[in-house]
Design a protein around this ligand. Structure first.
Ligand SMILES: [Fe+2]
Length: 296
C-alpha cells in the first residue's frame, strides 16, 4: 500500500511540474495581438502560476516530511490530472480564438483587395516582406516587437481603405487635393474598423502611423523616434511593395530601381537604419515575397 501511495505522489508531482511548464508556455503565448489580455487578467494568470508552484511544494512536503494516507495521495494525483485537463482546454480555446481572428483578418484583406484593383495582393505582399525583414533585424529591435502582432499590423495596415470610396481608390488619374484628403484618412479609419476587436489595441498605433515620415512631413506630422518602430518597419516594406507592384497608373519597377529609391529617401521619408538593413536582404528572398497571384 505504501508503494502505491508514494507512486501516486511521485507521478502527481511529475505531472504538476509538466503542468507548470505548460501553463508558463500558455501565458507566454498570450502576449501577442490576437490573444493579449488586460493587465488585470494577466495578474490573475500569474497568480494562478504561483499557486501551482505552491501546490507542487505541497507534494514535496507530503511525500517527504509526512506520512500520507491513500486518500491524500489520491487527492494530490487526481488534482494534477484535473489541472492538466484544464490547461489543455484553455490551450484549445486559445487556438480556436486565434483561428477565428485569422479568419476575420483574411476576410478583411479579401474585401480590401476586391474593392481596389490597385491593391490586389498588396497587403499580403507587405505582410510577407515585413516578416522577412523582421528576420534580418538585430535582436535589440526584435525584442521590442511581438512578431505575431507585427504580422497582423502589416497585413491590416491598409484596412482603412475600406472607408475610402472606390471612385478614389480606382481613379487612374492623379488625385485632386480633396480626394487626397479623403485618402489620407485611411489610417484613422483603419483604427476605427479594428477598434471593436479589443486585442487589436496593441497595434492600432502601428497602423495609424504607417504613413509617417522621419522628417515629420507624413500624414499626422509625427517624426523620428516618436513614430513606433513597427510603423517604420511597415513603411519600408509598404514603400518597396508600392514601387515593385503594378498599378493601373504605372508599371512595376525593378528590384534595383526600388532599392535606389529607398536609399534616396532614407533619413527623410524612411528610417535610415532600417533602410540600410532592408537593402542588404538578398534580392531572391525579397522577390519571393510577391504573392503567387500577382507574380509578373
Ligand atoms: Fe496605407
Amino acid at each position: 500500500m505504501n508503494i502505491l501511495i508514494h507512486l501516486e505522489i511521485v507521478v502527481g508531482a511529475i505531472l504538476m511540474i509538466t503542468n507548470i511548464i505548460r501553463y508558463s508556455n500558455f501565458i507566454h503565448s498570450t502576449q501577442d495581438v490576437i490573444s493579449s489580455v488586460s493587465k488585470k487578467d494577466m495578474f490573475w494568470r500569474r497568480l494562478a502560476k504561483i499557486l501551482l508552484i505552491f501546490f507542487l511544494m505541497g507534494y514535496i512536503f507530503v511525500g517527504v516530511c509526512s506520512k500520507p494516507d491513500l486518500m491524500i495521495a489520491m487527492i494530490l494525483f487526481w488534482g494534477s490530472v484535473f489541472v492538466a485537463i484544464v490547461i489543455t482546454l484553455m490551450s484549445k480555446l486559445l487556438e480556436t480564438a486565434k483561428e477565428r481572428s485569422i479568419d476575420i483578418a483574411e476576410v478583411l484583406v479579401g474585401v480590401i483587395d476586391a474593392r481596389d484593383s490597385n491593391l490586389d495582393g498588396h497587403s499580403r505582399h507587405v505582410q510577407n516582406l515585413t516578416m522577412l525583414f523582421y528576420n534580418y533585424l538585430p535582436s535589440s529591435m526584435k525584442k521590442k516587437i511581438n512578431p505575431i502582432s507585427l504580422e497582423y499590423a502589416s497585413l491590416l495596415h491598409d484596412v482603412g481603405k475600406l472607408g475610402v470610396p472606390e471612385s478614389i481608390l480606382n481613379k487612374p488619374e492623379k488625385l485632386s487635393d480633396e480626394e487626397w484628403k479623403v485618402m489620407k484618412t485611411h489610417p484613422k479609419v483603419g483604427v476605427k474598423i479594428l477598434e471593436p476587436i479589443l486585442t487589436f489595441d496593441g497595434i492600432s498605433d502601428w497602423i495609424l502611423y504607417h504613413h509617417e515620415r522621419i522628417d515629420g512631413n507624413g500624414y499626422y506630422k509625427i517624426k523620428g523616434n516618436d513614430i513606433p518602430l513597427a510603423s517604420k518597419i511597415i513603411a519600408v516594406c509598404d514603400t518597396y511593395s508600392a514601387i515593385t507592384m503594378r498599378r493601373s497608373y504605372k508599371n512595376p519597377k525593378t528590384h534595383e530601381e526600388a532599392i535606389n529609391i529607398l536609399k534616396s529617401v532614407a533619413g527623410s521619408q524612411l528610417d535610415e537604419k532600417l533602410v540600410a538593413i532592408f537593402v542588404n536582404i538578398p534580392e531572391k528572398e525579397l522577390m519571393s515575397c510577391m504573392p503567387e497571384k500577382v507574380k509578373y
